[in-house]
Design a protein around this ligand. Structure first.
Ligand SMILES: C[C@H](O)[C@H](O)[C@H]1CNC2=NC(N)=NC(=O)C2=N1
Length: 111
């Protein structure tokens, strides 16, 4: 099986299937630093990345933003001194699509 981070996102629009609970369990094994939570009824993937200072956190958040724009799939990013919280989910389906797991794996490669 191709590593998650090597896979490409697929075009996703309203009506696309969310990943099942079983798929989620399997996929999360490749993302040990991430956790799955539910906010406003929507499943999301989230990881907090830690840095020595604000400047390093800022640089990392820029890299994630550039990745998102390239793939046209965008996270929530919370930038703080020494910390970046990255949250992936798919707005169009109000939950988790396979793309979100690919993007989380790609985010790990930027760290
Ligand atoms: C208008 C809509 O948000 C856009 O078509 C794209 C852009 N980036 C996106 N990013 C995420 N995470 N989910 C989306 O549904 C999404 N849709």
């Amino acid at each position: 099986m191709t590593e998650l981070a090597q896979q490409d996102c697929t075009a996703c629009k309203a009506g696309a299937p969310q990943v099942s609970d079983e798929q989620q369990l399997t996929l999360m094994q490749s993302l040990p630093q991430w956790h799955c939570l539910t906010r406003d009824g929507e499943r999301q993937l989230e990881r907090v990345f830690h840095f020595k200072n604000f400047k390093q956190a800022w640089a990392f958040s820029n890299k994630v933003a550039e990745l998102a724009e390239r793939e046209f799939h965008h996270p929530a990013l919370t930038l703080e001194w020494g910390k970046v919280t990255v949250t992936w989910w798919t707005h169009a389906i109000k939950g988790l699509h396979y793309n979100d797991f690919i993007m989380a794996a790609r985010t790990d490669k930027l760290f």
